[in-house]
Design a protein around this ligand. Structure first.
Ligand SMILES: [Zn+2]
Length: 262
């Protein structure tokens, strides 16, 4: 059993499934993916994602979602994420987490201050609702850690981890889990693999971040949640475990994260 802790289920490329999401869902089940969290980046996506998770959840596949605004969204969208609106939107039991929020100075460095303010509001919403935070960080590791620390964030995921061990250590010290995507399988990702070797086993998660970043051997193709076992296989090689071990361990870790304050 595998848990994909971060996928954009409403954005998948469904060409090979004749445009039907049910095809990608069947592929997840065939790949033994039993749980997945669909990630929201803008309020405009809420209804669509909510419909997907409530329509396709069943005994074989447990689907949930997050509520949050991605740091690369336009200024107006970032500003629309007031704490009140985040809290109001995220009360459903199908909403497992708050995000993805965070800082991205690579794709968008004009709105730094608004990104920072938005991240702080997401932390607050996560604390009020006792739901973990999903954090994206790119070329912004120092500010990300500083804000999480200042806002006393201690419950969440650094998603699609692409930083060094120093950053992982700081996030772990705050209480965060570290989620690895297909990037860990890329040849050039030695720094990330070095960090993965040091992260405590009980704080590792796996994700696809689909439709982006397909893992080796699917690199370059549209990614989908059914590929999360490839991420597990890469970590398994690295850590001297079986993919099944990694699947079970990371599924348990995600369960623990969700149950942390319940
Ligand atoms: Zn994402």
């Amino acid at each position: 059993m595998f848990t994909d802790t971060h996928c954009h289920l409403n954005r998948l490329d469904l060409t090979k499934y004749d445009g039907e999401l049910s095809g990608a869902i069947a592929a997840m089940k065939a790949a033994n993916v039993t749980r997945a969290m669909a990630i929201m980046c803008d309020f405009a996506e809420y209804d669509e994602i909510y419909n997907i998770v409530t329509t396709f959840s069943d005994d074989a596949l447990n689907l949930g979602m997050s509520v949050g605004i991605h740091p690369c969204e336009d200024l107006a969208v970032l500003q629309s994420a007031t704490t009140e609106r985040l809290i109001e939107t995220a009360t459903s039991e199908h909403v497992w987490a708050i995000g993805e929020t965070g800082l991205d100075y690579y794709w968008s460095d004009e709105n730094k201050q608004e990104q920072q303010a938005s991240l702080a509001r997401h932390v607050y919403a996560s604390q009020v609702l006792k739901k973990p935070l999903v954090v994206h960080t790119r070329e912004a590791k120092h500010d990300t850690i500083d804000i999480l620390k200042a806002e006393k964030a201690e419950h969440g995921i650094i998603h699609c981890f692409t930083e060094d061990w120093d950053t992982a250590k700081k996030a772990l010290d705050l209480g965060f889990y570290i989620s690895f995507s297909g990037i860990v399988s890329f040849k050039t990702a030695q720094t990330i693999r070095d960090a993965a070797l040091k992260v405590p086993m009980d704080r590792i998660l796996i994700e696809t971040d689909s439709p982006y970043l397909a893992p080796v051997p699917k690199r370059g193709r549209p990614n989908e949640p059914a590929f999360v076992p490839y991420v597990a296989a890469c970590l398994a090689d690295l850590l001297g475990k079986t993919p099944k071990d990694i699947g079970e361990m990371t599924a348990k870790n995600f369960e623990n994260l969700l149950a942390q304050y319940s």
